[in-house]
Design a protein around this ligand. Structure first.
Ligand code: NAI
Length: 559
């Protein structure tokens, strides 16, 4: 599911979350009935080292810890009247990621990733011996999943171990998922009536689901970030949405196939889908009350089977041609304003993408926490990538990228995502709107147009910021416009008048003043509220809905 970069997702509290309740019993619930795991499924994962390697962290500027909020009375899960909230360490201890999923995400002495952590390679534990690959069951149709293509060798680094299995076929309970049958219309009705009961208690059902999942398959916990708050909500809700849409294979494939492909970067194996499905069913059974019948269970199993198939098939296809993730070294880091950094990245191998797309990015400082950033330049012959990052208040990843990252640090990138790309066959004039760092993908689109020509289409670019000092991308856009007279750049300032030749006012109002735009195709990027308001204003002024392109999460936009 497309997810907009940064702000919303990065607005996490700066404190480490309170420790999760012990697994096995949730506050206010009885003991968990953990669905049995079929024998022979999953990987034999070697134990995680008991202590992470000592990592000399780069010096950070002194940080003043905010005062802690007063501690209230103990909640149902606490046993003492005082609750010690752990302080976020000044330099978070960093441990190798995914040591429990060797093969896919293994990192070892001397590779770019461990060097990025400034780790002393000689003190890193020797990589545990890889467990023997389980035999690959034949797929329907007789073919087996191919091995993941080998990653390009990083000069000077030891060879990466071969993946155990890039994608394992859905093994656990494949037959029980009604693998052969999509859900019927009656199934969908049953699912919807269960959902109506579960949605008001979705938080509790979600917590129950994860508790079951991590008890049943502890290695899956290693694929998630330490702080589960956002993720907790995301996975369960995505599952529920997907199951609800299971009746429409085209809609399902539209958002689940990219999701399946992009999940490879987390270390997701097809074998995990079986565990997830069993725990989903067990959680629903508990929270659906009298709506949970044998027919309802079969309906959910069919629907989830469909979801799992779409995602794992897409992952399997992607594994034939691309790695699950890329390493990308920061080769330039420039502050464009005190809060905005422009980063240039060199991926370890060719990174395919189109102008207007975005990537998920993980830093070595916040393992397993992924954030989305758009590419701020069209693909270049030298393969370098550019992103714009604004440090947002309490943004873990954005602050690390703006204030701590430096050339030589290595990030991980997922595959390119998003459908806000140019349709060169469409002859409509173009309206491109970028608010704040939302100007990044707009700049990439304008670069692509400048490079390929527009066949007579005009391009109007509205670039909104609060103050003129925040128009950090204006010079680059004006340079493009100087060489291409069919590009017009209009800066708009919402909290200042004048400066940089800008108009004043809110971006949607400034755009409306210059209308009508009815014959145009629009590309919108920036704060979600700005994108929504602009899209609504454009629709009112007669722009066809299918010609309004944006990537707001969960909101339909024509591609
Ligand atoms: N870094 C990246 O690659 C990308 C970032 N984004 C998103 O763009 C946003 C950029 O945030 P900032 O730079 O802090 O922008 P900002 O908050 O400074 O606002 C930029 C412009 O949008 C206007 N605006 C803001 N809220 C509005 C509203 N409710 N109604 C109408 N206009 C409004 C402002 O007046 C200003 O002109 C973030 O949400 C980020 O997630 C989007 C795409 C790519």
């Amino acid at each position: 599911m497309p997810q907009l970069p940064e702000a919303a997702a990065d607005q996490l509290p700066a404190l480490e979350p309170a420790p999760e309740p012990p697994l096995g019993q949730l506050p206010g619930t009885g003991p968990l009935a953990v669905p049995a795991r079929p024998p022979g499924t999953g990987l034999a994962i070697p134990p995680r080292p008991t202590r992470p390697p000592a990592v000399p962290a780069p010096a950070l500027p002194a940080r003043v810890e905010p005062p802690l909020p007063p501690v209230g009375p103990p909640g149902p899960g606490t046993t003492s009247s005082t609750v010690a909230l752990p302080l976020l360490p000044l330099a978070p201890a960093i441990e190798p990621m995914f040591t429990r999923a060797p093969g896919l995400n293994w990192a070892g002495p001397g590779d770019h990733w461990s060097r990025a952590w400034a780790s002393d390679a000689s003190r890193l534990p020797v990589a545990p011996p890889l467990p023997a690959a389980p035999p690959r069951p034949a797929l329907p149709g007789g073919s087996a999943f191919p091995a993941l293509p080998a990653l390009a060798a990083v000069p000077g680094a030891p060879a990466l171990p071969q993946p155990v299995a890039a994608v394992m076929p859905v093994a656990a309970g494949a037959g029980r998922w009604g693998a052969e049958q999509p859900p019927t219309a009656g199934d969908i009705e049953l699912i919807r009536s269960c959902l109506a009961v579960v949605e008001p208690v979705a938080d509790r059902a979600t917590a129950h689901f994860y508790a079951l999942l991590f008890l049943r398959d502890p290695e899956i916990r290693a694929l998630f970030p330490a702080a589960m708050d956002l993720q907790r909500d995301r996975l369960f809700r995505t599952l529920l949405t997907a199951v609800r849409d299971a009746a429409d294979p085209a809609v399902l494939a539209g958002y689940l196939a990219p999701l399946g492909r992009s999940h490879r970067k987390y270390g997701t194996l097809s074998g995990h889908y079986g565990s997830v499905g069993e725990c989903l069913v067990a959680a629903l059974e508990r929270y659906c009350g009298s709506h949970w019948t044998a027919e309802a269970e079969l309906a959910w199993r069919r629907a989830y089977g469909q979801v799992a198939r779409v995602m794992s098939d897409a992952a399997e296809q992607a594994a034939k041609t691309s790695p699950p993730w890329w390493q990308a070294e920061i080769v330039a880091h420039r502050l464009s304003t005190p809060d905005i950094a422009v980063l240039t990245l060199r991926p370890d191998q060719a990174y395919p993408y189109r102008a207007g797309q975005y990537t998920a990015l993980e830093t070595p400082w916040w393992p397993r926490v992924w954030r989305h950033y758009s590419f701020a330049a069209a693909p270049r012959p030298d393969g370098l990538l550019t992103i714009h990052v604004k440090a947002v208040q309490a943004g873990w990843v954005s602050n690390a990228l703006v204030r701590r990252a430096a050339p030589g640090d290595v990030l991980r990138l997922g595959p390119a995502e998003g459908g806000m790309v140019l349709d060169h066959a469409d002859g409509a004039d173009l309206l491109c709107v970028g608010g704040g760092t939302g100007i990044a993908p707009v700049t990439a689109l304008v670069e692509e147009l400048a490079a390929h020509g527009t066949r007579g289409r005009s391009v109007e670019v509205f670039y909104g910021a609060r103050r003129h000092t925040e128009l950090y991308g204006l010079d680059a856009l004006r340079r493009l416009a100087r060489g291409n007279p069919w590009i017009t750049v209009r800066p708009v300032l919402s909290q200042e008048s004048g400066g940089a030749g800008a108009e004043s006012g809110e971006l949607p109002d400034a755009i409306a003043r210059r209308g009508p735009w009815s014959g145009h195709a629009a590309y919108l990027s920036g704060p979600p509220a700005m994108v929504r308001r602009t899209a609504a204003a454009l629709r009112r002024s007669g722009v066809l809905a299918e010609r309004i392109h944006h990537d707001l999460p969960g909101e339909p936009a024509a591609r």
